[in-house]
Design a protein around this ligand. Structure first.
Ligand code: GTP
Ligand code: MG
Length: 362
């Protein structure tokens, strides 16, 4: 043994890079061994291609959901907490209004919404203390969000009910589809998923993992193929198999890329050709972290593909959730769901009352 180490020492001395290579190889070997072990145990195989996020599928009827207020904490601090700190023991006067203006304009509400909240405060809260001001803001925000409350978040209007899911890269489309499908499955509905993101092989795999775990068919096409063809096949399969719901994923695209946005219009046309009235829902998934850019995304996607519902994701961990009020004010498109975490139960049906109560809880 001592001799072996001695020989190795000579060898490593002769090749200065040898030790570095050996040090790098050990963690790789451990990872490979661990992955093989996990596979053998039948554990879920995570997408291995670069850029594919891990898929977490929590039980649908698992532990009680975390309180919304806890998940909205950072937005709440930005929007409501800072208002309290700003006013302190003062009454609302010109100086307070000045400071409030700056605060509202930096809270990702958008200029129009910040302006309208400010004039409401001027009219109804001048002379009021901090509680009076909070009450006026609470009521004004609630009023705006009530406009975009959906009739029924999981309501179905078609048979099968076809949902097309759009958004910029990484906004949370595929995860939202998985969560939505899991919720439909939990209600006993049969679901078909269409892997319309033909751009990345990992995207198809990500959807297939969801499909396997929650028990629904995934229709995919050749890599790099026409997404409209996949959408067409998915709707056709959903009809043929008597599915209740078909949800179609799409590749993320920047709202400023004209040809990619035009592709969406084609997608909608093709789906409608296969099943009259479909897609019954065109959901735009917006990452709350994008703040004011979400307004431009909503505008462009609505123009290209007639968005009928919004899903605002990643509200947990962002201070920019105020954008939901701006979106409501600007477009009036129903906010179907909000994403406040990575588990299935973290995709919640949007309720204006519950949302505003959570915001003002602090
Ligand atoms: N914290 C948190 N993470 C989320 C939420 N929704 C999605 N994510 C995470 O966001 C990342 C991107 O999600 P995807 O569903 O792959 O996004 P995508 O829009 O399909 O991405 P592309 O297909 O690349 O355009 C993943 O790591 C998700 O787990 C949410 O509400 N909260
Ligand atoms: Mg995706």
């Amino acid at each position: 043994m001592t001799e072996l180490w001695h020989d190795f020492g000579i060898w490593a001395g002769a090749h200065p890079l040898a030790l570095v290579l050996l040090a790098a190889a050990i963690p790789v070997a451990i990872l490979v061994a661990y992955a093989l072990l996990e596979r053998r145990r039948g554990a879920a195989v995570e997408p291995v291609l670069a850029g594919a996020p891990a898929v977490e599928v929590a039980p649908v009827a698992g532990h009680p959901p975390v309180r919304l207020a806890a998940r909205l904490r950072r937005t709440s601090e930005t929007l409501v907490g800072r208002v309290g700190a700003l006013v302190g023991g003062r009454r609302v006067d010109a100086a307070v209004l000045d400071e409030l203006e700056t605060l509202l304009f930096s809270a990702d509400l958008g200029v129009k919404t910040a302006d309208s909240l400010l004039s409401r405060v001027k009219q109804e809260a001048t002379g009021a203390d901090v509680d009076g001001l909070r009450r006026v803001l609470h009521d004004a925000i609630l009023e705006k969000l009530r406009r975009v409350e959906p009739d029924g978040a999981l309501e179905k209007r078609g048979s099968p009910h076809v949902i097309l899911v759009l958004g910029v890269n990484g906004s949370g489309k595929t995860t939202t589809i998985g969560k939505l499908a899991a919720r439909f499955r939990a209600q006993g509905e049969r679901v078909v998923l269409g892997a319309g993101d033909t751009f990345r092989a990992a995207a198809v795999e990500q959807l297939q993992i969801w499909g396997e775990r929650i028990g629904c068919d995934v229709i995919a096409g050749p890599s790099g193929g026409d997404p409209s063809a996949v959408a067409f096949d998915a709707v056709k399969a959903a009809v043929a198999r008597g599915a209740d719901v078909a949800i179609i994923d799409t590749a993320g695209r920047l709202q400023t890329r004209r040809p990619l946005m035009e592709e969406l219009a084609k997608l909608v046309r093709v789906i409608g050709r296969e099943l009259e009235g479909a897609p019954h829902e065109t959901l735009l998934v917006l990452d709350a972290n994008t703040g004011q850019n979400a307004i431009s995304q909503a505008r462009e996607f609505t123009e290209a593909a007639g968005v009928t519902g919004l899903v605002l994701t990643k509200l947990d961990g962002t201070a920019k959730g105020g954008v939901i009020v701006g979106l409501a004010d600007e477009f009036g498109i129903p906010v179907k769901h909000v994403g406040v975490g990575e588990a299935v139960e973290d995709l919640r049906d949007f309720s204006a009352e519950e949302f505003v109560e959570a915001l003002f809880e602090t």
